[in-house]
Design a protein around this ligand. Structure first.
Ligand code: UDP
Length: 324
């Protein structure tokens, strides 16, 4: 009997994380169905996969009914605007893809008897009062603030995922993703790393929000993807943090990037966005225990790889799409 290909549906597959997941599943020998409505995703992220017979692109809004012919073994729900700037510009779409999109993606998994993995977020912890953040912390989220559209959509998505697990017995997994960086981040998505790198490369002032004392912990994309791939294959139903616990202030992060790029750009300070979390660091003891996972890339290595990508993109302005 010939061995059947494993098939995965990846929503948000043309986005930053989704496109890296497409690469990983293809490398593992799977057939990949990549879905994206290209609101924040970008075809250039998957351009190198055109012509690969195991790769298929569906231009689809996953808040509408999803139909996929044939068998499906796994559904990875990664569609969502994901940077603060994007979800402030697209508040309704953000709520819809977290709520209706998760419902549709779960419906597809149930129909196909597939595993389901939800891309959730450290934003579920809001402006956390517990540090570092463990999975059993319920968070400190402002539902009516500007970030609420993302935070509450993802919290709803987690609740919906658990309901499908408990009521419909779908084999579900939930990853809580902490700040991740790497090639294919959008230059103008408003996040700290693309902002700082493109400012440093263009010789523009580096914009630190607030006094820069707020902290984040940055994980290189390949590490994250490896954690997610392991989680899909594990039996863990409850959320698992995947991130790099290497915490630093945003001011330190800006200085680090400025040094790496070798810029003389000054750091300038701008207003802190509403509800910007003051501190964030994953407790990854659960990922270590249940997945045998921990990050391998240190910041210097990850930043150097990312910088190479950003340099290339900034040198190719004619290839720019509508959202940068
Ligand atoms: N930030 C900044 N300057 C920028 C963009 C972001 O100082 O140009 C800060 C932001 O206020 C936050 C941190 O960097 O404290 C990380 O922001 P990002 O948007 O990357 O992700 P978040 O963790 O807030 O979702």
């Amino acid at each position: 009997m010939s061995q059947q290909l494993q098939r995965v549906v990846i929503t948000g597959g043309a986005g930053f994380l989704g496109s890296h997941l497409c690469d990983r599943f293809l490398a593992e020998g799977w057939e990949v169905i990549c879905m994206d409505n290209l609101v924040t995703g970008d075809l250039r992220n998957i351009g190198h996969l055109v012509g690969e017979s195991r790769f298929h692109f569906f231009h689809q809004d996953v808040t509408e009914f999803i139909h996929v012919p044939g068998k499906v073994d796994a559904v990875m729900h990664f569609a969502s605007p994901a940077s603060p700037l994007d979800y402030l510009e697209l508040p309704i779409q953000t709520l819809k893809v977290g709520a209706l999109g998760t419902h549709k993606a779960l419906g597809l998994a149930r129909e196909k008897g597939a595993r389901f993995l939800l891309a959730s977020t450290s934003e579920c912890y809001g402006d956390p009062l517990v540090h570092p953040q463990r999975e059993d912390y319920w968070g400190n989220v402002n539902p009516v603030g500007p970030r609420g559209v993302y935070d509450e959509a993802k919290r709803f998505a987690e609740a919906m995922t658990m309901a499908y697990h408990r009521y419909h017995k779908v084999r579900t997994r939930i990853v809580r993703i902490f700040n991740t960086y790497g090639p294919r981040m959008r230059l103008n998505d408003g996040r700290a790393l693309p902002a700082f790198m493109s400012q440093a490369l263009r010789g523009e002032p580096i914009t630190v929000f607030g006094d820069g004392s707020q902290t984040r912990s940055f994980c290189y994309v390949d590490d994250l993807i490896d954690g997610i791939y392991r989680l899909l294959h594990s039996d863990e139903v409850y959320p698992v943090n995947i991130g790099n616990p290497n915490e630093m202030t945003i001011k330190e992060f800006a200085e680090r990037i400025a040094r790496l790029v070798g810029t003389t750009s000054p750091i300038i300070y701008k207003d802190l966005p509403v509800d910007d979390p003051k501190q964030r660091r994953p407790d990854i003891s659960k990922a270590r225990r249940v997945l045998g996972w921990e990050p391998k890339f240190d910041l210097d290595t990850g930043l150097a790889k990312t910088l190479a990508y950003f340099r290339e993109r900034l040198d190719a302005p004619l290839a720019k799409g509508p959202r940068g």
